[in-house]
Write a protein that binds this ligand. Structure first.
Ligand code: FAD
Length: 428
């Protein structure tokens, strides 16, 4: 049987953060990283804009400001990002404050989907140079914490300490691991909302601030803004019963003067925390996803703001005719009426946030602007961690977006480092 001091499951930023922290401090340790995909580095393959200011990407129930900033400094020392310049922020901030909203000023960088792939290649090379065994296309299936082994689709592997960081799409898998280890858990929040796509001239703030972080009343926020050569995409999810639904998302390639498509997209998300009598935020989110799939003939929905305001569904003609002036980048979405699929309370809050945003950055509610639904961020049920290093059972650690310790690349990287400190301590 192959055995390693440290096994890392998932090669996303959480796994990477742990791997490089371990390499740094344990030159002689044996480290294995596996990933079920035949390529590496999880969510860093999409857009790769990175935020370096607390609390962006750091769930407050796990992170204090000082601690997060200390880890963020480590991430910055390793990744050495070029922080993007910003301008005219005070003007937007003053407008937002007048409406009872806020615009957070944060340090960020944007590599683009193509720039992210370059970074991934570099990281992979560095892992190899430091004798980390990287096994791609290998899926962890189960764990035996007494024998200190995991089973993958290829073999049994022994570990002394293990980090499991399977990302948001791994939330069913994490639930299975928690069940098999008898890890107690509590229900997690879910973020539900829309993705907005429009011309850059209707949301010109992105020329001043690449990914502006607006916070509105009722826990609605802007999230993951992409511009220049920007595209809306869909992510496939399946329920435990195998029913398929899609969430939308967005990314951008590094824009040059030649390849810009002149568009911008961003999410407007509302955080929903459920309490009794309904136990599971995940199941709620899945039902919303399935409802949208039902309405859209298996696809996500899209509606022009002009149609929405008139109380009409969008039709193919709304997108192909001469009524409006740009084509949706997500061609696999169905023209529809999002208000038939979205819970009214969430829609009301999101629409109110959009009206506020249109006052702060006039133009976003142009009739041509497209609203895609659903954009849903699911997190696994929250494990009850044994310690501050995200240990869930003897020598078993979780980290990253799926485990709820982060919401973004840099937070995931930081939580990987934090878990790695626990793995070291565990081995003594
Ligand atoms: C389209 C899109 C755009 C995004 N843009 C940004 C952005 O610009 N900036 C930002 O900060 N965040 C962005 N995000 C979110 C970001 O990708 C995540 O926050 C981040 O990747 C989380 O890191 P992670 O390590 O927890 O999980 P992931 O990056 O998802 O990595 C988990 C890895 O585990 C592997 N895995 C899962 N299950 C198993 C298993 N059983 N066995 C072996 N391997 C397994 C997966 O294949 C995956 O590679 C975006 C996400 C998407 C989908």
């Amino acid at each position: 049987m192959d055995s390693y001091d440290f096994v890392i499951v998932g090669s996303g930023p959480a796994g990477m953060g742990a791997a490089f922290a371990l390499i740094d401090r344990h030159k002689d340790a044996s480290i294995l990283m596996i990933d079920k995909t035949p390529y590496s580095t999880g969510g860093m393959r999409n857009d790769c804009k990175m935020n370096f200011t607390f609390p962006i990407g750091f769930p407050l129930e796990y992170w204090e400001k000082d601690e997060a900033e200390a880890y963020l400094d480590e991430v910055i020392r390793f990744l050495r990002p070029d922080i993007l310049p910003k301008s005219n922020i005070a003007t937007y901030q003053a407008r937002a404050e007048r409406l009872g909203c806020s615009l957070l000023e944060i340090r960020q960088t944007h590599l683009g989907t193509d720039g992210g792939l370059e970074l991934i290649k570099r990281l992979q090379k560095q892992l190899e140079e430091n004798n980390v065994t990287l096994s791609l296309g290998e899926t962890m299936e189960s764990i035996d914490s007494r024998a200190r082994t995991i089973k993958t689709d290829k073999r049994t592997i022994g570990y002394r300490a293990i980090l499991i960081a399977p990302g948001r799409q791994g939330f069913h898998f994490l639930q299975d691991v928690m069940n098999s280890l008898d890890v107690p858990f509590v229900d997690n929040i879910v973020d539900v909302g829309i993705r907005v796509e429009t011309r850059i001239e209707h949301y010109p703030i992105v020329k001043d601030y690449y990914d502006p972080k607006f916070y509105f009343k009722e826990k609605v926020r802007t999230f993951c803004t992409n511009s220049g050569n920007a595209h809306v995409v869909r992510e496939k999810y399946a329920t435990a019963r195998g029913d398929v639904w899609y969430s939308v998302n967005g990314h951008a390639f590094a824009a040059t003067e030649d390849n810009s498509n002149g568009l911008v997209n961003f999410a407007l998300l509302k955080t929903v925390r459920l309490s009794e009598p309904l136990a599971s935020g995940q199941e709620y989110a899945e039902h919303l996803g399935l409802m949208a799939a039902l309405m859209g003939g298996g696809r996500p929905l899209m509606q022009r703001v002009g149609d929405f305001r008139l109380g009409r569904r969008s039709k193919s003609a709304t997108f192909n005719g001469d009524l409006y002036d740009f084509r949706p980048t997500l061609t696999g979405a169905s023209p529809s009426d999002i208000s038939l699929a979205m819970p009214s309370k969430i829609l009301r809050y999101i629409w109110s946030a959009l009206k506020n945003l249109d006052t702060i950055v006039p133009g976003i509610l142009h009739p041509s602007t497209i609203m895609y639904y659903p954009e849903i961020k699911l997190y696994a049920n929250k494990p009850v961690y044994r310690d501050s290093h995200f240990q869930v059972a003897d020598g078993v650690f979780f980290a990253g977006d799926g485990a709820g310790t982060s919401r973004g690349i840099t937070g995931a990287w930081a939580s990987g480092i934090r878990a790695s400190r626990g793995m070291e301590e565990y081995l003594g």
